[in-house]
Write a protein that binds this ligand. Structure first.
Ligand code: FES
Length: 137
């Protein structure tokens, strides 16, 4: 498993998505009321760019002429054929028994807890003399 920093938490506002690339794989990171979820940007129906779809509410009805919208912006409608998925679980609501969008684990971590990478850029001491910046190389 690869752990990769993909964005600052503030870059993904509530009710929005940011599509990121992790080792060549496109993943949509969603913010639902401060909780973060991640789904593959590949629809399990026919491979459409699922995370480019609209975030919508759940529509429920107890009979003709009556409907209720709940869980605003917690569902995702695929832009290709309109299949809808629960962003929290990846579950399809068009074929709920067998179709699920692939999920990935997302954590929010403070910068100081992240592990340093293996590469270190070469550095040089810098001093200020009068009005000039001087780099020693
Ligand atoms: S490819 Fe997403 S609904 Fe068909």
């Amino acid at each position: 498993m690869i752990r990769q920093v993909v964005a600052r938490a503030l870059e993904v506002a509530p009710g929005h998505c940011k599509i990121v690339n992790v080792s060549g794989r496109e993943i949509g990171v969603f913010n639902i009321n401060g909780q973060y979820f991640a789904l593959a940007n590949r629809c399990p129906h026919e491979g459409g760019p699922l995370c480019e779809g609209r975030m919508i509410a759940l529509v429920q009805s107890d009979g003709p002429g009556h409907y209720e919208l709940t869980r605003d912006r917690e569902f995702l409608r695929c832009p290709w054929h309109g299949w809808e998925f629960d962003i929290r679980t990846g579950q399809s609501w068009c074929d709920p028994k067998s179709t699920r969008a692939r999920q990935f684990h997302v954590t929010v971590e403070p910068g100081e807890k992240l592990v340093k990478g293996p590469y270190v850029a070469e550095t040089f001491p810098v001093s200020v003399e009068e009005e000039y910046l001087v780099v020693e190389a």
